[in-house]
Design a protein around this ligand. Structure first.
Ligand SMILES: *Cc1c(COP(=O)(O)O)cnc(C)c1O
Length: 465
């Protein structure tokens, strides 16, 4: 049975000469179309061999599928999506959103030549890091700064510079994993260091750190437990105490802060959390944090601290492999410039704006969205319900931000199907599902997206009726 079906699969040369596929080759290129044909034929061959019944082996269907795959294969994979999840720093959706002002500037800088490493005053080679460094020093009070590709790279560079073959002391309560691929114990091993765990999961004391110091100690590492919370009978050592201990034994004290908070959010109801400035003030020698978490900038890893340590990192060859490109530098520079104007910060940095939207603003957006969707007729039921958004990006675990959800149902289709249709359309909308309804959290939806969402809904409803 298998053999007969396999022999009935259209042959390659027949497909290659098919007039419709010849036409596709004119449009998409021969090499590309050939690879798609091979892929479609192989898929069918595998299904037949696996004993799948009712494999479509007719030439018309094959040609149809090849044309469809050619069309979708030509679209860039990466596209913009509408975030209806309410998770402000959604790592799967690209974390922090940048402002239109930055978008404009990126257009200016990135598509032509720029003075990335050229000193226009002197007419000679300049440094790609210098301008960023100046702003970072003003903002954090540190002596020196450096920027690399992401915070994982920042931690790696710092560890690799100071602890090759040496021990690094870290609390058992801080051996964290972030986002599945960044694990403190593994990054220490990767950098050539030896992990020296101290204390317990819930309690670590200053004397635990001190007892572990020996002639082979390279550094003391403190890690911000960004994405989880140990509650109850817990104790961690204050940054000031650790910094003093490091000073006493002349060991660098590193603080991996994760989310790079440059401004205190506690007046907006967020729990107290150390800002970068507080870590520097407490005497930490090296502080590392992400550019695209609470800072609200592009993906980057920022290192600030004492010159004697940062200078050593600047000389590390590894830096060349972790260096940031001009897009990152210009987006980060503009983000930092906004922090120099704190009065406007909560409107100029989209991440901070979305995290601090007022109830009135959320209600206003939800009513606008609901009214726009209600024009689509009776097949769609829309209501507004209270709910909660999350910060995301491993920041502020457990914090629930009150929000407004626009909850929708289309007659005759399940919420799962509706959600999939939203997610897989030309303009993908990522939504939540709750109790048989599809919910859009208006926190992460901009007013300008309401028209687009309405058009997507309209298309789905038309298809369904
Ligand atoms: C997020 C995080 C990292 C990794 O940062 P990326 O910028 O995603 O590479 C490292 N350490 C901590 C504590 C974090 O929260």
């Amino acid at each position: 049975m298998n053999k007969k079906q396999l022999s009935q699969l259209p042959k390659m040369d027949r497909l290659m000469n098919h007039p419709e596929l010849q036409e596709a080759m004119q449009q998409y290129g021969r090499t590309f179309v050939k690879s798609v044909i091979q892929e479609e034929v192989n898929l069918r061959r595998e299904s037949i061999l696996a004993g799948v019944e009712a494999v479509e082996i007719g030439i018309d269907r094959l040609v149809f599928d090849v044309k469809k795959s050619c069309k979708s294969g030509q679209q860039p994979y990466l596209k913009s999506v509408i975030n209806g999840t309410g998770v402000v720093l959604h790592t799967n959706l690209g974390r922090a959103v940048l402002s239109p002002k930055i978008q404009e500037e990126l257009n200016q800088i990135n598509f032509g030549y720029s003075n990335l490493e050229y000193d226009l005053e002197k007419g000679e080679r300049g440094s790609r890091y210098e301008h960023l460094e100046a702003d970072l020093l003003t903002l954090t009070g540190a002596e020196a700064a450096l920027v690399v590709n992401n915070n994982a790279a920042a931690v790696l560079l710092a560890l690799q510079t100071f602890i090759k073959g040496k021990e690094i002391i870290v609390s058992r309560g801080e051996l964290v994993e972030i986002g599945g691929s960044f694990r403190i114990p593994e990054i220490i091993t990767l950098s050539g260091g030896i992990i020296r765990e101290v204390g317990t999961t819930n309690k670590t004391h200053l004397h635990d750190y001190e007892a572990a110091i020996n002639e082979n100690t390279g550094a003391i590492l403190k890690v911000h437990t960004s994405n989880y919370k140990v509650i109850g009978f817990t104790e961690a050592v204050e940054m000031e105490e650790l910094a003093a201990l490091g000073k006493k034994y002349q060991l660098p004290v590193m603080n991996d802060l994760g989310s790079g908070l440059l401004t205190d959010l506690s007046s907006y109801g967020f729990p107290e959390e150390s800002t970068v400035q507080m870590c520097i003030e407490a005497g930490c020698d090296i502080v590392t944090f992400s550019g695209d978490k609470l800072l609200g900038g592009p993906q980057a890893g920022i290192i600030v601290g004492k010159s004697e340590y940062i200078d050593q990192m600047k000389k590390n060859q590894l830096l060349r492999a972790l260096r940031v490109d001009k897009m990152t530098i210009s987006a980060l520079e503009l983000t930092l410039k906004e922090y120099l104007k704190p009065e406007k910060l909560f409107s100029s940095i989209p991440t901070l704006h979305l995290l601090t939207l007022t109830k009135e603003e959320l209600v206003g957006k939800s009513i606008k969205l609901k009214e726009s969707l209600e024009l689509l007729g009776d097949a769609l039921t829309v209501r507004i319900v209270d709910g909660f958004s999350q910060v995301g990006g491993g920041s502020y675990p457990g914090v629930q931000l009150p929000t407004q959800l626009v909850s929708c149902q289309i007659a005759g289709i399940t919420a799962e199907k509706f959600e999939r249709l939203l997610r897989t359309g030309d303009v993908p909308i990522v939504a939540r599902i709750k109790e048989g309804e599809v919910q859009l959290d208006v926190r992460t939806i901009s007013e300008s997206e309401i028209t687009i969402i309405t058009a997507v809904f309209e298309k789905i409803i038309k298809k369904m009726i």
